[in-house]
Ligand binder design. Structure first.
Ligand SMILES: C=CC1=C(C)c2cc3[nH]c(cc4nc(cc5[nH]c(cc1n2)c(C)c5CCC(=O)O)C(CCC(=O)O)=C4C)c(C)c3C=C
Ligand SMILES: [Fe+2]
Length: 414
């Protein structure tokens, strides 16, 4: 863990402490319900006002930020293609410049001397910047022999409707912050630094619940209204590290692999379904996320019992319920850390919402995490009738950089 890491705060744990100044000084900000969860704090309601803006997540550390921290209120994803002229040295210069700017912005400083800031009044607002490498980067940078086997292309899944223009990419940047202006400013700084070295390929914006929006910290909800993130692996689980973080190759030790999917929700159909049908499709109650296996007394954290039956012998969690089909127990132990964001990009020409989930899953190896689970979901998940997977990407997310270093340095200089 990073030198700045702390022991878990809140039930979900936290890899780094968000450092608060001003009115929020001393208030620990942690995960409440896995990566989707709200902010757990010693005091409720969660920090608001100056405390929210002053929260800092150090950029430097053994792990990159933006993986185990709770999802911030706003996220920007950007993928880039390396220009043919950039090469290995240019890539190193880009990553050095990106890391330096990210470190300064995460500390609440201007990205560069005399920089024309657009978020001057705000603090860093829990800003994290996460960098990832796509499979195509390695050939272009003359590093083909160092491409990890885990970056092998994802297979095609039944029902995929992928748009190549919004998929893949040589480099990925994730910017998260609890203030939209802070996030967009950081994205613009990083876009500017890429000029002449890497061309933007696609951009996506997402959001999650703003800390303090609920009377007490809670797991977030998605645009279908479901409590989403409950059964995420937790840092306190004995097998968390092995499931989420890679041990090799050398330059990836302590890193992770991010699978991204832009999943549009067919909300017009979903919204007209009666509540009991919606709950049956997921396998959890909509009001509080409690598993249907637990009966009326169950709460969100009641363990799921996939074998539970009603007095007529009918499975309480249906054979095609999402939580049954996705569960590690149904997939040979396959596990991943989900850290998604909602998106709402207006209306499609037919008037339906262009909205859904920017799904992100982090794992030590996609072949033992996302791939087997999605293979099963695509065939047997009742929820899949209400979803369209429209874009997909896989990135190696290297370990974090020590102070003075940059993300990817071990790959480029090792
Ligand atoms: C391939 C992996 C997964 C995709 C793609 C996916 C899409 C997706 N999921 C929801 C809503 C919920 N998912 C929930 C649980 C859950 N989902 C996955 C995996 C994928 N989901 C897993 C591994 C789990 C945990 C299963 C378990 O062990 O219990 C839940 C329940 C609450 C929770 O535990 O998070 C909801 C709700 C949507 C809307 C969606 C695509 C848009
Ligand atoms: Fe899911």
């Amino acid at each position: 863990m990073s030198g700045q890491s702390t022991t878990p705060a809140g039930s979900g744990g936290l890899s780094r402490r968000a450092v608060l100044g001003g009115a929020g000084a001393g208030l620990a900000v942690g995960a409440a319900g896995g990566a989707w969860g709200g902010r757990a704090s010693a005091q409720a309601p969660a920090a608001a006002g100056p405390g929210l803006g002053a929260a800092r997540v150090p950029f430097h550390g053994a792990r990159q930020g933006g993986i185990t921290e709770p999802a911030q209120a706003r996220v920007e994803w950007a993928a880039f293609d390396l220009l043919a002229s950039t090469g290995r040295d240019g890539l190193a210069a880009l990553l050095r410049g990106w890391s330096a700017a990210a470190a300064r912005m995460a500390a609440g400083e201007p990205a560069a001397e005399g920089e024309n800031q657009i978020a001057l009044d705000a603090g860093p607002s829990s800003l994290t910047v996460t960098f990832g490498f796509g499979a195509g980067l390695f050939d272009k940078a003359g590093l083909a022999d160092r491409r990890p086997a885990a970056l092998a292309a994802l297979p095609a899944f039944p029902g995929d409707a992928l748009d190549p223009a919004r998929s893949d990419g040589d480099l990925w940047v994730q910017v998260g912050a609890d203030d939209a202006l802070v996030a967009v400013h950081a994205l613009r700084v990083l876009l500017r630094l890429a000029t002449g070295l890497a061309a933007p390929r696609w951009l996506m914006s997402g959001f999650a619940r703003t800390p303090g929006a609920t009377p007490h910290p809670m797991t977030g909800r998605n645009l279908m209204g479901q409590v989403d993130g409950t059964n995420n692996p937790r840092p306190s689980d004995p097998d968390f590290e092995a499931a989420v973080f890679a041990t090799g190759p050398d330059w990836m030790a302590g890193g992770s692999y991010a699978v991204l999917r832009r999943i549009r929700m067919l909300l017009e159909g979903w919204d007209t379904l009666p509540l009991d049908k919606q709950e049956r499709i997921i396998g959890r109650r909509k009001s509080d996320g409690a598993p249907l296996s637990g009966g009326p007394g169950a709460v969100e954290r009641t363990p799921v019992d996939l074998a539970a039956t009603d007095p007529d012998g009918v499975l309480r969690i249906a054979p095609d319920a999402h939580v049954r089909v996705a569960a590690a127990a149904s997939n040979g132990g396959a596990a991943m850390l989900r850290r998604g964001f909602s998106f709402h990009d207006g209306l499609l020409p037919d008037g339906s919402p262009d909205a859904g989930l920017l799904f992100a899953a982090y794992q030590a190896d996609p072949a033992r995490g996302f791939v087997p689970v999605q293979q099963r979901l695509a065939r047997g998940d009742g929820l899949s009738r209400y979803l369209r997977h429209e874009a997909s990407a896989l990135f190696a997310v290297p370990p974090g950089a020590p102070a003075g270093g940059y993300v990817g340095q071990q790959l480029l200089e090792g």
